[in-house]
Ligand binder design. Structure first.
Ligand code: FA5
Length: 385
């Protein structure tokens, strides 16, 4: 039986000598300390802890040692590898903290910097409201009709039964458009004595579109005409020289005031609520006969402020009703002037101001706010494009 091999000296195995293991450990620690960022640390990690790193190779050598040498060499290598992986983890967290701090500085967003994007535009509340009103009638089968804003005096007045010397022609304060220099003006304005030489005006209402529509189309005619109109009124809290109207015209067989009233009620119910209603008061327009002023129940107090001093209403002045505009049955003379047989057809029409309606619908106290272009007025109406 052979005796144990006492002649083996583990120090003789080069890779496992204590100074060699210390050197491998120290090189690894130095490489980690020298890594300037996480990428370099990753390279050092592969070089000093990977499968072919000196310490990994030394570890493999242990297996080849005789049993009595394995424990000491294993302890030495294990301690070196433990120190290396501890140093690696420490440097890893140091470099991660440095990276996070740098990213915070480099990618910081200063939320107090001025906003440099141009805000998206939006359409004016007058435009969107006018379209909303027109939509009520489009849904009933009416067609949108348009006419020129620079209009022939004939359409603005004559076709609508404003006779040349009719006092109503002066009721409308009109901008007359001058013709080119050296040309003769139109005869109608001279005959009217209203001051026009060219026979051309800025339309004072949307009613001339009635005449154009009847001349353009065969009855039945159902049109709604939203548009801009002009009068020489001073700009104040309830007037503007440039404003908007919506005109409605229906021409068909057998139309009566009852159809007009029903259509008006439907409009105010669609725009202001199902319990709204209208009333008609006698009035005069040369192009309608009979003519009426149309009012709707005050949508703020619903009429409850009338005779009730404890509940005054600023919107309707405690009258319970708000004036909307004018209406009536189309005057047979207008039908005839526009080529429609008044024996066969009848029609109704109404027209009202969009600014005034927007004012009481949204409690706007001063019409000037609508025309001054200040976004502080328009913004609360939303961003409808
Ligand atoms: C007319 O203009 C008629 N063409 C309406 C009409 C149509 C009657 C069809 C019959 C049949 P009036 O002059 O009343 O009517 O004006 C109608 C509305 O325009 C007024 O009720 C008011 O709301 C608005 N309006 C009139 N002048 C101004 C102004 N300067 N600024 C803002 N709105 C105005």
């Amino acid at each position: 039986m052979s005796a144990p091999n006492k002649s083996y000296d583990p120090v003789e195995v080069e890779a496992l000598k204590p100074e060699e293991i210390e050197r491998m450990r120290d090189e690894a620690l130095a490489a980690f300390a020298a890594a300037g960022d996480l990428e370099q640390l990753q390279e050092a990690k592969v070089a000093h802890t990977g499968g072919t790193s000196p310490l990994a190779l030394a570890n493999r050598e242990i297996g080849a040692l005789p049993p009595q040498a394995k424990a000491e060499a294993g302890k030495r290598v294990g301690m070196a590898r433990g120190a290396v992986s501890k140093a690696l983890a420490a440097r890893q967290s140091e470099l991660e903290a440095e990276r996070d701090a740098r990213v915070l500085v480099e990618e910081a967003v200063d939320v107090t910097l001025p906003y440099d994007r141009v805000p998206a535009g939006a359409r004016h509340p007058l435009t969107t409201f006018m379209e909303r009103v027109a939509d009520v009638f489009v849904a009933m089968g009416y067609e949108i009709a348009e006419g020129p804003e620079v209009e022939a005096e004939w359409f603005n007045f004559d076709a609508l039964n404003f006779t040349p010397d009719h006092p109503a022609r002066q009721m409308q304060d009109t901008f007359f458009v001058q013709g080119p220099k050296g040309t003769e003006g139109g005869g109608t304005s001279q005959a009217s004595g209203s001051g026009g030489e060219s026979g051309v005006v800025l339309r004072t209402h949307t009613s001339p579109v009635q005449a154009r529509a009847m001349l353009d189309r065969e009855p039945p005619v159902y049109i709604v005409c939203p548009g801009r109109v002009y009068r020489t009124d001073e700009l104040d809290a309830t007037h503007t020289p440039v404003f908007h109207q919506i005109e409605l015209l229906a021409v068909d067989e057998g139309l009566t005031m009852a159809d007009l009233k029903g259509t008006l009620d439907h409009m105010v119910q669609s725009l202001f609520g199902a319990d709204m209603k209208t009333r008609l008061r006698p009035n005069y327009f040369p192009f309608t006969e009979p003519s009426a002023e149309m009012d709707m129940v005050c949508y703020v107090c619903r009429g409850e402020s009338v005779g009730n001093p404890d509940r005054p209403c600023r919107t309707c002045g405690s009258e319970g009703w708000i004036e909307l505009g004018g209406c009536g049955m189309v005057n047979p003379k207008v039908l005839t002037a526009c080529g429609v047989d008044p024996q066969k057809y009848s029609g109704f029409a109404f027209g009202f101001g969009i600014e005034r309606m927007l004012m009481f619908r949204h409690n706007v106290e001063d019409m000037r706010d609508m025309v001054e272009g200040d976004v502080r007025f328009t913004r609360p109406f939303g961003m409808e494009i």
